[in-house]
Design a protein around this ligand. Structure first.
Ligand SMILES: *[C@@H]1O[C@H](CO)[C@@H](O)[C@H](O)[C@H]1NC(C)=O
Ligand SMILES: *[C@@H]1O[C@H](CO)[C@@H](O)[C@H](O)[C@H]1NC(C)=O
Ligand SMILES: *[C@@H]1O[C@H](CO)[C@@H](O)[C@H](O)[C@H]1NC(C)=O
Ligand SMILES: *[C@@H]1O[C@H](CO)[C@@H](O)[C@H](O)[C@H]1NC(C)=O
Ligand SMILES: *[C@@H]1O[C@H](CO)[C@@H](O)[C@H](O)[C@H]1NC(C)=O
Ligand SMILES: *[C@@H]1O[C@H](CO)[C@@H](O)[C@H](O)[C@H]1NC(C)=O
Ligand SMILES: *[C@@H]1O[C@H](CO)[C@@H](O)[C@H](O)[C@H]1NC(C)=O
Ligand SMILES: *[C@@H]1O[C@H](CO)[C@@H](O)[C@H](O)[C@H]1NC(C)=O
Length: 542
């Protein structure tokens, strides 16, 4: 038996207090180094954010009627998010009425007397602040909990966003006056200059609609970026693409021309409804490959050009009832993990003061429950937590490159077992260094000759030491290339694929699912992604 001993782990000493974490860097502000976002010490900071809106009708950050602001921001931090994408409307700065009214007045004028009463109880120090000062109070509360902030201009006229023809979609639309926009951005940048936890400003959410064109995109986005940078040298300026921020292909042939460097990134959005009907009507392996490929062609290529690309919106209905969301989500996770991208989940808010004319609307995409006290779906958050720590980048070259065998459906990774015992899933921060030996087609562990072996249909996969035989050969198959098929010869015609057993953690081999292209099957439990990492994990401590 032969193998390639390409992975030699250095011996490292770890103190008992060692934790893998992705703190807000104490060394703010942040800047960019190629595709990575780094702190003042040059170390990568991975943005693991959640969206929190303040752009809807009232222009009051949502949820202040449900919980004290410090309780909400402490919760955000305790859930492992290091950052919030905080949205606002330009009118909060520029409109002669909106820029001089208090939270109380804004809620009253929207007929929300109950919210006035509730905010007076939960956040009495905020109810009589001007809107911008209430916004600032939320930013300060996030700072007290070490949460970074990206100020996101979501819209001009405050309302639920985003419609193709809502008058807020592109420069020159009914409510989207470019000069007013520049004025608003400048005021925001100025107001938050010196507020350390504000590390970025996204210029405008989801450009869209009949007016959109690339000539105006370059003209105004460059103007907006220069205006923000002029007013505030600390923030990273973030630019959205066209077509609801799904399309940045125009940057393949033309680059943004800015007077400054190291403070500039792009953002992209990806939902199941970005491709209406496709996840439901197609074979999930094929749909994942096609749509992930499109996302790479339309936006992901920017990473290769050396720009950070922030996936600033993605998310699902957390009740688990939307089949399209359920198929889309592990596909997105596989991409986010593989590229180790910066991201912001849509969304935090369990409810709205008012949305689209309805008072007290529930938000099924939210991390928090309707009352903002607990988590809506702990399973979902556990899966998502697998993406919160950085895997590689400047300062994270802690060990030689290795692979995590990532299981996006559960957000877990393949752990080691004793020889002869079943291999299991566990937290990715405990992963061992795996590598895929292309010659042997073996999934091998570290510098030793351990490999994963198949035993038969429905049987546990175990850690073996006889690598190289058919039982330890694995091929990446199906359109998704995420199914690991064993070459073990079995009775009948069935190909066996690595899967998760009924206990939710033991790896087994089952018949490969969905290889025939049928749309009526779900192979996601058989999806495994080999993800490159150079971070030291808690099992590599001796
Ligand atoms: C590892 O991850 C798990 C969940 O993903 C988390 O509960 C735990 O605190 C993490 N451990 C360390 C040492 O970071
Ligand atoms: C200011 O906002 C109010 C309320 O939305 C609106 O009626 C008015 O037209 C706005 N003014 C300008 C100049 O946009
Ligand atoms: C803002 O409102 C206050 C109190 O209602 C008023 O005295 C002041 O003149 C207003 N300022 C502007 C610029 O409208
Ligand atoms: C809401 O409160 C305002 C100010 O206190 C009051 O004038 C108005 O009548 C109230 N509206 C309703 C529907 O209770
Ligand atoms: C980029 O330029 C090439 C060659 O001029 C052209 O074929 C291609 O269509 C352009 N792509 C975009 C997205 O503009
Ligand atoms: C980039 O912008 C600078 C300053 O505005 C200008 O002088 C230069 O000609 C621009 N370059 C290109 C390639 O447009
Ligand atoms: C939580 O999400 C999981 C996975 O999407 C789903 O299966 C489950 O039904 C959800 N639970 C609740 C309580 O909504
Ligand atoms: C194996 O596949 C062939 C061709 O698809 C089929 O004719 C045969 O019946 C299958 N054998 C078994 C045992 O399923």
């Amino acid at each position: 038996m032969k193998f390639f001993n390409i992975l030699l782990l250095p011996l490292v000493f770890l103190s008992p207090t060692f934790r893998i974490c992705n703190h807000q860097a104490s060394a703010l502000p942040l800047s960019t180094d190629g595709r990575w976002i780094i702190n003042e010490d040059g170390r990568r900071v991975k943005l693991a954010c959640v969206n929190w809106p303040g752009h809807v009708d009232t222009m009051v950050i949502e949820g202040l009627n449900k919980q004290p602001v410090d309780a909400i921001t402490a919760k955000i931090s305790s859930l492992g998010f290091n950052c919030v994408r905080l949205t606002y409307a330009i009118y909060m700065l520029t409109n002669e009425t909106s820029n001089n009214i208090t939270v109380r007045e804004s809620l009253h004028s929207n007929g929300l007397n109950e919210s006035v009463a509730a905010i007076s109880v939960h956040n009495p120090e905020i109810i009589d602040l001007l809107l911008i000062d209430a916004f600032k109070a939320v930013v300060d509360s996030l700072s007290r909990n070490n949460v970074m902030v990206i100020l996101d201009n979501h819209i001009s006229k405050p309302e639920w966003c985003c419609g193709r023809e809502d008058g807020n979609g592109f420069f020159g639309d009914l409510y989207f006056n470019p000069d007013e926009w520049i004025k608003g951005l400048t005021e925001m940048a100025t107001k938050f200059n010196g507020v350390t936890n504000v590390i970025g400003m996204s210029l405008r959410n989801e450009l869209r609609g009949p007016r959109e064109n690339t000539i105006d995109w370059f003209k105004y986005m460059q103007r907006g970026a220069e205006a923000v940078h002029e007013a505030n040298k600390n923030v990273i300026v973030i630019m959205s693409g066209l077509n609801f921020d799904t399309d940045l292909t125009f940057l393949i042939n033309q680059t943004v021309n800015l007077s400054f460097k190291g403070k500039h990134a792009f953002e992209v959005h990806w939902y199941s409804f970005s491709n209406p009907g496709e996840w439901n009507s197609g074979n999930p392996n094929q749909v994942c490959r096609r749509i992930a490929g499109n996302v790479m062609r339309k936006a992901g290529f920017l990473l290769g050009q050396g720009f950070p690309l922030f996936m600033s919106e993605f998310g699902i209905d957390q009740r688990g009832v939307n089949i399209e969301d359920n198929r889309y989500f592990p596909c997105v996770l596989s991409v986010l993990a593989k590229l180790d991208m910066d991201w912001a989940l849509w969304t935090l808010q369990g409810s709205y003061y008012t949305r689209q004319g309805q008072i007290g609307t529930d938000e099924t995409y939210s991390v928090l429950s309707y009352d903002w006290v607990s988590v809506r779906n702990q399973t979902f958050l556990t899966v998502l937590s697998s993406l919160q720590s950085p895997l590689r980048g400047p300062g994270i070259e802690e060990v030689t490159r290795y692979k995590m065998i990532y299981h996006p459906l559960t957000g877990k990774c393949v752990l080691i077992a004793n020889v002869g015992n079943p291999v299991t899933l566990g937290p990715c921060n405990k992963t061992e260094a795996w590598f895929y030996n292309e010659v042997e087609l073996a999934l091998m562990k570290g510098s030793l000759t351990f490999c994963i072996e198949a035993y038969g249909d429905g049987q546990a996969a175990k850690l073996g030491i006889i690598c190289g035989g058919p039982s330890s050969k694995w091929t990446m198959i199906s359109s998704s290339m995420m199914q690991l098929s064993s070459q073990l010869v079995t009775s009948g015609n069935n190909t066996l694929c690595l899967d998760v057993g009924s206990d939710g953690r033991t790896l087994v081999t089952n018949q490969c699912l969905c290889l025939d292209g049928s749309p009526k099957c779900d192979p996601e439990s058989q999806w495994f992604k080999l993800v490159t990492s150079t971070r030291k994990t808690i099992s590599m401590n001796s």
